[in-house]
Design a protein. Structure first.
Length: 113
C-alpha cells in the first residue's frame, strides 16, 4: 500500500459509558498524530467532559450529542504545525460532571497527519 505524507490519517479512541466516573480516565492511548479536527460523539446516556490535557476548559458534551473541533487543514502537516488543534502525543480523558455511569459508548475521532 502506498502512503503519502499529506494523506489524512485518524486516531479513534473509545470508552464505555458504564466505566465513566466523576474522575478523569484515559480514553484509549495517546494520540499518534497531530490533530487538525476532532469529533466527539457522546453516544452515552450521561453528559461527559473531555479533556485534551491542556490548561483550557474541558469540552462539555451532553448525552446523545456530538461536537466537532478544529477548522481547516494545513497543507504542511507537521507534528508541531501551528494550525493543528491538538499536538501529537496527547492523552484524551473523560469524566462525568456529576452523577453515576450510564450506558453506551463515548467515541473520539482525531483527524490529522
Amino acid at each position: 500500500m502506498l502512503t503519502s505524507p499529506n494523506m489524512l490519517v485518524r486516531n479513534i479512541r473509545t470508552i464505555a459509558g458504564s466505566s465513566l466516573t466523576t474522575s478523569y480516565q484515559n480514553v484509549g492511548v495517546v494520540t499518534t498524530i497531530s490533530g487538525y479536527k476532532m469529533c466527539i460523539v457522546n453516544a452515552t446516556t450521561t453528559d461527559v467532559q473531555v479533556s485534551d490535557g491542556s490548561a483550557s476548559d474541558a469540552f462539555y458534551v451532553p448525552a446523545g450529542s456530538s461536537i466537532s473541533v478544529g477548522e481547516g487543514l494545513s497543507g504542511s502537516g507537521r507534528e508541531m504545525d501551528t494550525k493543528a488543534s491538538f499536538m501529537k502525543g496527547i492523552q484524551l480523558q473523560a469524566k462525568l460532571p456529576s452523577g453515576s455511569a450510564g450506558t453506551g459508548t463515548l467515541v473520539i475521532t482525531v483527524i490529522g497527519y
